[in-house]
Design a protein around this ligand. Structure first.
Ligand code: SAM
Length: 281
């Protein structure tokens, strides 16, 4: 199969730089450059866009993003062992790859990029959800990024796109779908990674909407949704009673049965309840 660039195959890169995978860093590498190019394509047309990549590792996805035409890639990697391999990629794409050594949870790399910005990453599973929630809850909307194209465990991906009434529906689904279009773009079996993880994976693509689907104060909505799903088996009149002494009246006023459970309430319903609580607090 033709390679996407003139750099060495990833197995060779890993052997040269002695990049044995570390479990503690969530290192499950993608070594098939055709697959990483395919993942990069799920981000849409990258021409003229800056891309943030978290956890480039030996650089398979980084190479895909650059080959697909990203204006600039900023890659944040915690494992210093990967830096020499990434420096080789930077040399092959002059001026287009900047690598930052560090913990993506501790820095705000988006500040260094110029919109339009895409975020694309095969995330370490242990920090993926936290980063996603941060990107979904910026102080202002629309956010600085246009799209998120992210690898998750299949089960987490299903929670992001889940519909009301399903077991997977919860806080992540409401946060994601309130202000984004969210879809699963690709499924990947464990064997696609080296070493293979125990679970299957999926790439989720999210596109930020210009404005939220339904009006609501973001902080109030986040509070209502977190409280409701914190005790998801309870009826809403019980799980939400800490939010207001008149919670039954507020639920009824917006057309939600106080005996319903959180997983049956639509994004629109949660927004209506957040507006009602904002008005009466
Ligand atoms: N993108 C590469 C690929 O697809 O082959 C590697 C993906 S691997 C699942 C996750 C990468 O994230 C590893 O390279 C790991 O060292 C890095 N990493 C783990 N925790 C990190 C953190 N907090 N900040 C930045 N990078 C991190």
């Amino acid at each position: 199969m033709a390679s996407i660039d003139t750099l060495p195959p990833l197995r060779e890169v890993i052997a040269t730089h002695d990049l044995s995978a570390k479990k503690a860093l969530g290192q499950n590498f993608l070594l098939d450059l055709n697959l990483t190019a395919k993942i990069a394509r799920q981000a849409g047309d990258l021409t003229g866009m800056d891309v943030l990549e978290v956890g480039p590792g030996p650089g398979g996805l980084t190479r895909g993003l650059l080959a697909e035409g990203a204006r600039k890639v900023l890659a944040v990697e915690k494992d210093a062992r990967c830096l020499p391999a990434l420096a080789e990629i930077a040399a092959a794409y002059p001026g287009r790859l900047e690598v930052v050594e560090g913990d993506a949870l501790a820095i705000n790399p988006l500040e260094r990029l110029t919109p339009p910005i895409a975020i694309c990453a095969n995330l370490p599973y242990n920090v993926g959800t936290e980063l996603l929630v941060r990107w979904l809850t910026p102080p202002d909307w629309p956010p600085v990024w246009t799209t998120l194209t992210l690898m998750f465990q299949k089960e987490v991906a299903e929670r992001i796109v889940a519909q009301p009434g399903s077991k997977a529906y919860g806080r992540l689904a409401v946060l994601a779908q309130w202000r984004c279009e969210a879809q699963i773009a690709m499924h990947l079996p464990p064997e696609a990674f080296t070493p293979p993880p125990k679970v299957s994976s999926a790439v989720v693509h999210l596109r930020a909407l210009d404005r939220p689907r339904f009006e609501a104060d973001a902080k109030m909505l986040e509070r209502v949704v977190a409280t409701a799903f914190n005790q998801r088996r309870k009826m809403l009149r019980a799980s939400l009673k800490g939010l207001s002494a008149q919670i039954e009246d507020h639920l009824t006023a917006v057309g939600i049965a106080p005996t319903d459970r959180a997983e049956r309430v639509s994004v629109e319903g949660f927004c209506a309840l957040a507006r009602q609580l904002s008005q009466h607090s």
